[in-house]
Design a binder for this molecule. Sequence first.
Ligand code: MF3
Ligand code: CO
Length: 289
Amino acid sequence: MKTGRNEPCWCGSGRKYKQCHAAFDEKLEKYALAGIPVPERSWIKTSAQIEKIRESCKINIEILDYVENHIREGISTGEIDRWVSRISEKYGAVPAPLNFQGYPRSVCTSINEVVCHGIPDDSVILQSGDIVNVDVSTILNGYFSDSSRMFCIGEVSPEKKRLVEVTRECVKLGVEQVRPWEPIGNMGSAVHEHAKANGFSVVEEIGGHGVGLEFHEDPWVSYVSERGKGVLMVPGMMFTIEPMINMGTSDVYVDEEDGWTVRTADGLSSAQWEVTVLVTQDGCEVTTW
Ligand code: MF3
Ligand code: CO
């Protein structure tokens, strides 16, 4: 594992280790010795990988922009699935959800009390008053990107609108906590605090994830974590910030019939926005929004 100081760096930059990641590794080791959980090397993306992942993110955003420009009352979620499939293909990309652990469609569409993993269908028609999350995950040249947005259909109640807005603010506040050499719990607790302050709850058992070389990588990311706790965020890490915020109880269950659809236990609405972030030398870059 130890790289010689004059050997090429493990990150593939072509530079000598001592001029590249040597100081980084020393710093990481100091934190580890102090008992602070540190990321594994495999979680740290090289600049070549980051370039590729950014390209995937660009297409991911294009697809969501298309959805944003066309989604409206009266269309079916099956139609959204066909858009995602078609636009992905147009850019030479592949929808990551399709056939992922047997998932049957190219996108997740989660309406009202559906927390996540709603399966698009031609029989599900968007109605005025619905809030819907469209979650797009994209593979381009083998690199993964993942983001989702909420859409308000027609006339939405003020309370549901507020849920959608507060959830967006939660993500923004979480992003502001992404700084190198700080614990990831700072991000999750910022999300949690803002949700609670607005009278909402945060889903605990479903979280975010590292992303880029695979669909779901380590670390698993919680949005009910504590400030000062959790793994250290370091430059080159990429993960999603995708909290699910509920109007009522944080309890959820999986639909037994389809094995995918996650719903709130009390039937009240849930909202989610998802972005991917890259931890940089001095803060973070949001690579999908
Ligand atoms: N995009 C979702 C996530 O970030 C994953 C959906 S997996 C699927 O976790 F198979 F349900 F699409
Ligand atoms: Co995700």
